[in-house]
Design a binder for this molecule. Sequence first.
Ligand SMILES: [Fe+2]
Ligand SMILES: [Fe+2]
Length: 300
Amino acid sequence: MIRFVHFSDIHVFQADAAWKPRDYLTKRLTGFFNQKYLPRGKQFREAVEVLKRLVDDLYSRKPDMILFSGDATTLGVEEEFAIAAEVLRVGAKDAPPGLAVPGNHDYYTRHSYEAGLFEKYFAPWLQGDRVDQHTYPYGRQAGPFYILGVNSSQPRRWWWDSSGMVGLPQLERLKRLLQKPEAMASPKILLTHYPIALSDGKPERRHRRLKDLAALLEVIREHRVGLWLHGHRHKPYHVKPEEHQPMHALCVGSGTQESLWTYAEYTFDGKKLHIEHRAYQPHPKRFEKVNNIILPHEIH
Ligand SMILES: [Fe+2]
Ligand SMILES: [Fe+2]
């Protein structure tokens, strides 16, 4: 029996974050306007408060491993990373081990990406086996499973472009990581930000989708990865295996978006995967169990 908790898309926003001249030439400007004045911003106005409750609940479950699939921030600025990492207690000595991958908002501008802000603040949750010292992908044993942290996010210039990309060099490294004896001997789980498909099984719109999905699928199918865990979409859902995609895919949704605020606990009992969704209840301001789904345990 092993238990993981999985959360995503917490989208911390810090309106008072400092501006540098270079920021005015990036999509941070449109992103800031959208967040401050459009409905999307309102959906996350309680994000930090709800995140604190999520952390209380999640740590009280005493999981074997914490999994975070990205979008810690809204505009990828340092102040947002600092708040997210502090509230999440990243690196706290008494906390269970964590694994994380960045979301597209964590690389919101080229500066966020090049400065490695996500990697700096989430370093304790990025520990694992690597290929040639590259940050991504990385692999880590968790009980009987081998978890693969793959970065599917890239900085994009235009505000309307939120497409993702793993990239050929990372795919080549992923193949090499999958050939390590620990990976070959264990059932494998992929942790990444972007989804395999929408909740109805259809592909995402062109400017939102993972552009090299087919190439990633080919690698993980060949190496028999049994489960795909992700975020990016803010509502939880499950995509069942099909011929071209022979693994279950679980979207955990957003941990903090108003009315959606959910995270998941996965218990593997050797035969089945029990998924418990826990959602925030504004009264009495805590996370509670909202459903329980059981999947046949087909991760091998
Ligand atoms: Fe998101
Ligand atoms: Fe995202």
